[in-house]
Design a protein around this ligand. Sequence first.
Ligand code: BGC
Length: 251
Amino acid sequence: MSRKHDALGIDIGGSGIKGAPVDLDKGCFAEDRLRIATPEEATPEAVCDVVEQVAEHFAVNTDVPLGITLPAVVTHGVVRSAANIDRSWVGLDADALFGQRLGRPVHLVNDADAAGVAERHYGAAKGEKGLVILTTLGTGIGSALLLDGHLVPNSELGHLEIEGHDAESRAAESVREREGLDTARWAERLQTYYSHLESIFWPDLIVVGGGVSKQADTFLPLLDLRTPIVPAKLRNKAGIIGAARLAARGN
Ligand code: BGC
């Protein structure tokens, strides 16, 4: 039996593929989330198999919009980069591949853009005017640029070159783990990153998302910035909620 929901969101991450139907009025999951491990060789075909399982699990009508996040640049459904995913994604018309396999229209978006849209409607950036930059600190650094509530997609501010390095290779959460940095040392890296960001963009607000946002009180107070900086509110639900929202409402 199929059920009527506003939209379905699926978040493709490095370790898990997670999905849930989303209530777009409230900005929350309409049913418990399902998580399936990301295939070791995360090619488009292998990932699509898992996405199909997740979509089938929720048995939603095929006319229910489906939004899918990917940790990559996505323009008009086509994947353009692969910093932390299998190279075989680059150049793929993912909207077409997923749409065909799932027998329904799908809308692929960058993972951080999805999180930014969710925070803008239901979380830490709700009602904010001016320029908001959301960054996600995880395996890489993702970013969403929101101007007066409108998303400027694929900003990719995790790849700014700072002091000769790709920014995410110095300041991502995965780097903190890999190099065994304590909070103070990692905060120094974040200080360099966010100072640079605010000196180029002069944002009105910075929102920090990704898994680490739940420990934000351990490192945000160590940063000295002129821009207000706050933790994201929707945590690891933001990708699913934002993708569903973009697929259903387009903003
Ligand atoms: C990718 C972005 C992505 C971010 C977070 C970066 O390496 O280039 O597209 O949003 O990681 O997953």
